[in-house]
Design a protein around this ligand. Structure first.
Ligand code: ADP
Ligand code: ZN
Ligand code: ZN
Length: 664
């Protein structure tokens, strides 16, 4: 009797695959159940192997219990993309695999991979009655150029804010749908899905698949299966949908491609944008990366002729972009972070019945709760993080681990009952504005006001149906939305971005300022953006102020090329965390001893991470930089192997963070 051996990725957070045997031949990508210790778990067949190493070591190889499905979980394009991702990010294949499998298929239950029995005709049709705009010249050119793309063909769609990129996506999708193809549209945030879904639902008859992490596992499984078997042909999703199997996929669109939310920073650290590009290459299909503020990485690829660039430079009705005004707040009294001059600018907009958008990158009331007598500051027991005072919840909250603490009535050090609330968050700004503009609705948009399912839709509707109103919000307000009545935007604390030690702080800041300004002035030529700053002379701020993102980005590219910074080099953080600083240091020092004195790589560290303690663990890293990714790959593989032999490794948790988003 023949015995076949298989490498299996099991659904457990482990850094390796395991070998199992079976008397039957099993296709790669099929789910099987296997014994693991005393348990029975699910695994995916990665490949057949001929001479398992463990046989030579006289180890025991267990048998596969059963094959669970008739269909494999992914086709070879996605399979290859997963292998690539595991290799590129140096992350264990089993974990990479399982992070793209719906949770319901990672456990043993009655679910299996098979077409759903549907009682309705699921076919999608173009709704010819939906109102089409007369495309602007640029939109028309973009649609024509992008429609001609065949095979693997990546394009940057550079469309300034308000240039009508969504209409271009709709018309391209229409074309692919009519040709019998399916389309995947990736958006950075769940909050951006309702408006896009609405536009697609008006343009198409039939089900559009929405896929994101706020849905129940069962709902997600249903959409996943429908897409896999061709019952859904348009999928709109966040980064977790990047490797969703979609029958006959013909096009991938990434909206707001520059957005940091495409990057997953916990567990398997990957960029959904980069994985999507690899997928398009494997599927041999076009991919469109849309943005008004393209990432430096994408711009570099355009310059190297690896990507096409298609421009939409005019706004849909020829409106001029808003004017950016730098406001020096050094000698101005601030009320809850808002300058007096800003308040009067807000007042004149409100009087005209228009709306104001205030951006502040911090939720809660005040970021610092301090004793007025001895200077003690409330901080988290488990994290290196000050507690933020939340007025509505009457709690001090750690934004790192979300622990909520009772508000101290007296100081734990000196017993004083005199406390200061330093700085401002969205709640405080809301309160200040409410007292200045008592008759105007103040609409707060942050993590706290949008937690409930559907709340963001209600808020967006309220914004659209109100006349004069003041919107106060964090990042989520700055992205992608279209607020036609906003004619003034205010950025309260741009300075964090100017003085940040982060790797790509300027790229992020310029994107943020241009994106916030893009929310404003959609129906009026007189829109303004006020940037409050203590560094009014800052050279970069003054360049961004011109509103010419591409010019600024090109200058950043030139500088980064000179300094050999990304995207002209690769950065990898070897991250390490444990309950003691010393364990981290011993481990990282040993890694350093292997890495130092290699001329192809630069290593700095061990260093404490910017957030040096989180959820009870100390965090350190080695900062590794190289111009040769192939060389780095070799070294990281070697290191991974070494780590498994070291006693030091048992005391810590480590991971590689390739192309890290931050050094937090
Ligand atoms: P972007 O994503 O490029 O910032 P949107 O796609 O949100 O811009 O479009 C901005 C607004 O312009 C939307 O309300 C959209 O319905 C409208 N719009 C799009 N194309 C046209 C057009 N050709 N003529 C008039 N309005 C348009
Ligand atoms: Zn005190
Ligand atoms: Zn904490």
């Amino acid at each position: 009797m023949n015995i076949f051996y298989y490498e299996i990725a099991v659904s457990l957070p482990l850094r390796q695959c395991f070998t199992y045997k079976s008397v039957i031949k099993i296709k790669k990508g099929l789910r099987v159940s296997v014994p693991f210790g005393k348990r029975k778990v699910i695994g995916v067949v990665i490949k057949k192997i001929n001479n398992p190493e463990i046989l030579n070591k006289n180890g025991v190889i267990k048998s596969i219990i059963s094959v669970l499905d008739e269909y494999s979980i992914f086709d070879s394009s996605i399979f290859n993309t997963i292998l690539w991702a595991s290799d590129y990010y140096h992350h264990p294949i089993g974990e990479v695999f399982h992070s793209f499998i719906p949770t319901e298929l990672r456990k043993i239950n009655d679910k299996c991979i098979a077409p759903l029995e549907l009682d309705t005709n699921p076919d999608i049709l173009v709704n010819e009655d939906d109102k089409r705009f007369n495309l602007t010249k640029d939109q028309d050119k973009a649609v024509k150029k992008l429609s001609n793309a065949t095979g693997f063909n990546p394009s940057l769609l550079y469309g300034v804010t308000g240039s009508g990129k969504t209409e271009v996506y709709l018309q391209l999708t229409e074309k692919f749908i009519k040709e019998g193809k399916s389309v995947l549209i990736l958006v950075p945030e769940i909050n951006l899905t309702p408006q896009l879904l609405f536009r697609f639902e008006s343009r198409f008859k039939g089900e559009i698949g929405l896929y994101h992490s706020k849905q129940t596992p069962l709902k997600r499984l249903k959409i996943w299966l429908k897409a896999k078997f061709g019952d859904i042909r348009i999928v709109i999703g966040t980064r977790s949908s990047v490797l969703m199997p979609i029958k006959n996929i013909g096009l991938i669109i990434i909206d707001e491609e520059h957005d940091q939310s495409f990057r997953q920073s916990e567990g398997f650290k990957f960029s959904a944008r980069d994985v999507a590009i690899k997928r398009a290459q494997e599927e041999k299909i076009p991919i469109i990366l849309g943005s008004a503020t393209p990432s430096l990485q994408t711009l570099r690829l355009v310059k190297e002729n690896k990507f096409n660039q298609v421009d939409i430079l005019s706004r849909v009705d020829g409106r001029k972009p808003p004017k950016l005004i730098v406001m020096d707040i050094n000698n101005t009294p601030l009320i809850g972070g808002v300058a007096i001059e800003t308040l009067s600018a807000i007042e004149s907009v409100i009087k005209k019945g228009e709306q104001v958008l205030i951006f502040i990158n911090r939720r809660g009331f005040a970021p610092l709760y301090q004793c007025g007598s001895c200077g003690w500051v409330a901080d988290c027991n488990s994290c290196d993080s000050n507690l933020v005072y939340h007025h509505s919840r009457q709690r001090l909250i750690c934004h790192r681990c979300e622990s909520a603490y009772a508000v101290n009535k007296s100081c734990p050090v000196c017993e004083s009952e005199d406390f200061y609330l330093h700085g401002s968050g969205t709640e405080r700004v809301e309160e200040v504005l409410q007292s200045s503009f008592s008759k105007t609705p103040i609409i707060r948009v942050d993590h706290d006001t949008t937690k409930k399912v559907g709340s963001i839709q209600a808020i967006i509707e309220k914004i659209h149906s109100s006349d004069s109103a003041i919107l106060v919000g964090t990042q989520m307000l700055a992205k992608g939305h279209d607020f036609p009545k906003v004619t003034l935007s205010v950025i309260l604390n741009a300075d964090n971005g100017l003085v940040s030690p982060e790797i790509n702080a300027l790229e992020k800041l310029s994107q943020l300022l241009i994106q916030v300004s893009g929310r404003a002035g959609r129906n009026n030529n007189l829109a303004k953006v006020i940037i409050q700053t203590r560094y009014p002379e800052d050279i970069n701020l003054n360049k961004i102020k011109t509103g010419d993102y591409m010019n600024f980005a090109n200058q950043c590219l030139t500088t980064n090329a000179k300094l050999n910074l990304p995207p002209f080099s690769t950065i990898c953080l070897l991250r390490c965390s444990s309950p003691t600083q010393i364990s981290n240091n011993i481990f990282l020092e040993r890694a350093l001893s292997i890495l130092s004195n290699r001329k192809e790589i630069n290593v700095i560290g061990p260093l404490p991470s910017l957030i040096s303690k989180s959820k009870g663990s100390y965090r350190h890293h080695l900062f590794i930089q190289t111009s040769s990714k192939p060389y780095l790959n070799k070294v990281l593989k070697y290191l991974t192997n070494e780590f498994q032999k070291w006693p030091e490794t048992k005391k810590i948790k480590w991971s590689f963070d390739i192309d890290p988003m931050n050094i937090n």
